[in-house]
Ligand binder design. Structure first.
Ligand code: 13P
Length: 284
């Protein structure tokens, strides 16, 4: 199965009141782990890479691995460029075969965010590529994007309406109090704000900072209208900690098949947990 656009996948989730899991992968091996886990649960899945991962692995290699995984496992797989601030890289990823793009101009003024998003929409709309944009500012660290706690800002509902009208963006990520990375305290999620935004705009909404949000809060966000949940840090940690544990137990166990299998199994378990949490199992 070729890679698919995430737009129909997310519109279906929005209507069905469940979420689609979107997982940040940091190696080609993780692409197979995430897709295999989704296939085990008959779930659609979104593979995501940051700019750093695109630069480290190469867009063509990522697209080739994601396409091979989609073919092998036979479930709907979308490939998304996460938090991109570089227009040139967006064009490169679209050319390589990415089916979904996030243009992150949330650090700029509202007007500049509109302008930059429209520039990406101009190419994406002809190719059925999903475009995600962020309003407000999600706090925390996501690879190259760092937003200090005091600079994080929640999205303003009326601005969400104007933004969608002025850009026709296909997916919106409004900051609602979650943060990238592992929380030091409880996340300050503004559920009323999610409800209000979901009632005002008709595009699927994206929950950023999906790692370590209490399960009940995730379910509430999905019930209120979030249709995509991004998970990066928890997956990266599960994968790497399995390798760390392997070497603690067996410092001379240098066969990559041994430690990478453990890492893959740990990643798969985490992905399955999140897929069940957002309710997209058996929705492929
Ligand atoms: P976490 O690293 O908190 O899971 O956030 C992921 C994310 O939102 C990627 O865009």
């Amino acid at each position: 199965m070729a890679l698919v656009s995430s737009t129909p996948m997310l519109e279906k989730a929005q209507k069905g009141k469940y979420g689609v899991g979107a997982f940040n992968v940091h190696s080609l091996d993780m692409i197979y782990a995430v897709t295999e886990a989704a296939a085990d649960l008959n779930a659609p899945v979104i593979l995501q890479t940051t700019m750093g991962t695109v630069r480290s692995l190469g867009p063509d290699n990522i697209v080739a691995a994601a396409t091979a995984a989609a073919d092998t496992y036979g479930i709907p797989v979308a490939l998304h460029l996460d938090h991109c601030t570089d227009y040139g890289l967006i064009v490169q990823c679209i050319r390589a075969g990415y089916t979904s793009i996030m243009i992150d101009a949330s650090m700029h003024s509202f007007e500049e965010n509109v302008t930059q998003t429209n520039k990406v929409m101009e190419i994406a709309k002809h190719l059925s590529i999903n475009v995600e944009a962020e309003l407000g500012k999600v706090g925390g660290v996501e690879d190259d994007i760092v937003v200090d706690e005091q600079d994080a800002q929640k999205a303003i509902p009326s601005e969400c309406v104007t933004f969608v009208e002025q850009t026709n963006v296909t997916t919106l990520a409004p900051a609602i109090g979650t943060a990238h990375g592992i929380y030091t305290g409880d996340p300050d999620i503004d559920f009323n704000r999610i409800k209000e935004i979901a009632s005002l705009v008709d595009v699927p909404l994206v929950l950023h900072g999906g790692s370590a949000i209490p399960n009940e809060d995730v379910k509430k966000c999905i019930a209120l209208g979030m249709a995509k949940m991004n998970v990066s840090t928890e997956l990266k940690h599960a994968y790497s900690k399995a390798i760390q544990k392997h070497f603690e137990e067996d410092p001379s166990g240098l066969d990559p098949r041994a430690y990478l299998t453990k890492a893959k199994d740990a990643a798969k378990a985490l992905v399955k947990e999140k897929i069940r949490l957002v309710g997209c199992d058996n929705k492929a």
